[in-house]
Design a protein around this ligand. Structure first.
Ligand code: SF4
Ligand code: SF4
Length: 537
């Protein structure tokens, strides 16, 4: 072992030693790697090195060992496992991890036992190191002992869902490893000549957009469904959460429930259902109408939503003509309340011929007041059929202005797949499209209606099943769902098909066939040797 190599392998340890001591250590190390720890302990006892140096060295040595391991994810039929590279170091001083991370230059480790985890994340070269928290050790024990989450929660008398949350955090850190997601595009959905990046083939998160009630305090002119649908009872709603939990567990994905409506907050028992969803470990979001500060406080007390989305349709006059008098100001006031309670606010706009030129002026108003403003084109179904879609040629100009303005107006978010068509044609990096995977209808996303009907996407009639007759898993695997998640034949050769696919809700609303027709707003398939896509945002 040369001095340079010693510096490379045990950089932090070496930084505490003078040249002569370092040279002596190299001599020890040249005989046997194991003798080095004894030598470090010896010089520490002699006062030639800090008392905590043996612990620093022990961690660095473990990092070296862990970094040389190969980490393989469990197979699709296996369960969650403890990362096989994981090592536990029991130290006699605490604070060494901060020193190794270079975080704590002023204070030194202090005597006192501390446990440190060292592991290698899948797909990385270097070892990660962190102080072992009780929640990490609990997650490891749950997996090692094969503990059933529900009985563990009952025995420990802790909130339902806590075990899931512990496991999810440990998976996120990489201490535990989950089998690869089974929410994956089929090869036959794309032309064999396309090279689709792996991150666009497989989804780690699945969203259930739950239109939990049709009840609404607004009566918007473009609403895609005002049909009468009975609410399911709270007991049934709680069963849905259990069903979705099984779905996500079986397919190795994290679940998100986006509560929508109608106005989801008008569902009797909303807070109870929301609480159960959060307790089960799901990420939760709300797509609704402005509400009171008191209601938001109650929501945050249970769990802070990932975001709260409200809708605007353009500048005040136009918006209020669609959504009702005074609505624009109500939303602006509500966005302030969202900021006050630190909930990420998002604004969604349905793009029509009449509001296309209002989007950028609206963005100027919203800049700095809300996290994002996004649009999807009108789906000309339901009451929305009475409104007009933009002219496709004018839409291309709009898309160009939108993309250009996004560098100045940070509020502009990218959602509609047709923006990807514009970006690709301009040779610019793509985003994930409507759901992170282009059209995600019945792929990484399903819509559940109040009466139990499940649709591929709520923006158009796309029935794929009913929870009264089948589980969400059975519905997802059914032929109807497969049909909706299969890309149109017209997109098969397009190099951005994985992050686009057009919008079947628009295609269907215009009386076209989603299996064979292309989105009429598509400027034409992008024929590149391979997709220029960057990872989905
Ligand atoms: S049909 Fe697909 S692209 Fe259109 S809104 Fe639904 S998920 Fe998005
Ligand atoms: S051909 Fe299909 S995937 Fe390609 S840009 Fe057009 S709509 Fe999008």
């Amino acid at each position: 072992m040369t001095q340079a190599a010693l510096h490379t392998l045990y950089l932090v340890t070496a930084s505490f030693l003078d040249a002569a001591t370092l040279s002596n250590l190299e001599t020890a190390h040249s005989k046997s790697a194991e003798t080095l720890l004894t030598a470090v302990e010896q010089i520490s006892r002699e006062g030639l090195a800090p008392f905590f140096l043996p612990d620093i060295f022990a961690v660095e040595r473990t990092m070296e060992k862990v970094a040389s391991k190969t980490v393989v994810q469990p197979g699709p039929t296996e369960s969650i496992i403890v990362n096989p590279s994981l090592e536990l170091c029991v130290l006699s001083t605490s604070g060494c991890v901060d020193v190794i991370h270079g975080l704590d230059a002023k204070t030194c480790p202090v005597p006192g036992q501390e446990m440190v985890l060292v592991w290698k994340k899948s797909g990385t070269q270097k070892a990660a190191v962190a102080v072992a928290k009780p929640e990490d050790l609990a997650a490891i024990k749950i997996v090692t002992d094969g503990v059933d989450p529900t009985s563990a929660e009952t025995e420990a008398n802790v909130a339902p869902g806590l075990v899931d949350i512990l496991l999810r955090r440990a998976l996120h850190k990489g201490i535990l490893l989950s089998p690869a997601s089974l929410i994956r595009r089929r090869c036959q959905d794309f032309s064999g000549s396309l090279c689709i990046p792996e991150e666009h083939l497989s989804a780690e998160v699945f969203t259930l957009q739950w239109h939990i009630t049709q009840d609404c305090d607004l009566f918007c002119r473009h609403c895609y469904d005002r049909s009468a649908r009975a609410n399911m009872g709270v007991d049934k709603a709680l069963d849905v959460i259990d069903d979705f939990h099984s779905f996500c567990r079986d397919r190795h994905v994290r679940g998100q429930i986006s509560f929508s409506g109608g106005n989801p907050l008008l569902y009797p028992g909303f807070l109870e259902v929301y609480e159960q969803a959060a307790r089960k470990g799901f990420a939760v979001a709300i797509l609704g109408n402005p509400t009171t500060r008191e209601m938001l406080d109650s929501i945050v007390k249970i769990a802070r939503p990932e975001y709260f989305q409200v809708s605007l349709e353009g500048l005040p006059e136009h918006n209020d003509s669609i959504r009702g008098h005074g609505h624009f100001q109500r939303v602006m006031n509500f966005l302030e309340i969202l900021r006050a309670v630190e909930i990420q606010g998002q604004v969604m706009l349905t793009l029509t011929r009449d509001n296309m030129n209002q989007v950028l002026p609206l963005a100027e108003i919203l800049e700095g007041k809300v996290w994002g403003l996004a649009f999807n084109r009108l789906s000309p179904v339901g009451r929305g059929a009475a409104l007009a879609l933009p002219d496709p040629a004018e839409f291309q100009d709009f898309a160009a202005r939108y993309c250009e303005s996004a560098s100045r107006l940070k509020v502009l978010s990218f959602k509609d797949n047709m923006l990807n068509a514009h970006l690709a044609a301009a040779g610019k990096p793509l985003f994930g499209g409507c759901t992170g995977f282009g059209c995600g209808a019945a792929f990484n996303f399903m819509a559940l209606l109040p009466d139990g009907e499940v649709h591929a996407c709520r923006k158009f009639p796309s029935l794929i099943g009913n929870i009264a007759a089948a589980s969400l898993g059975e519905i997802y695997d059914g032929q109807a769902a497969v049909r909706y998640r299969t890309r149109s034949e017209a997109c098969r050769e397009c190099s951005i098909v994985a992050t686009c696919g057009g919008c079947p809700a628009v295609v269907s609303g215009l009386g076209l066939d989603i299996a064979t027709d292309r989105d009429p707003f598509c400027p034409g398939p992008i024929l590149l040797p391979q997709s220029p896509a960057t990872p989905a945002s």
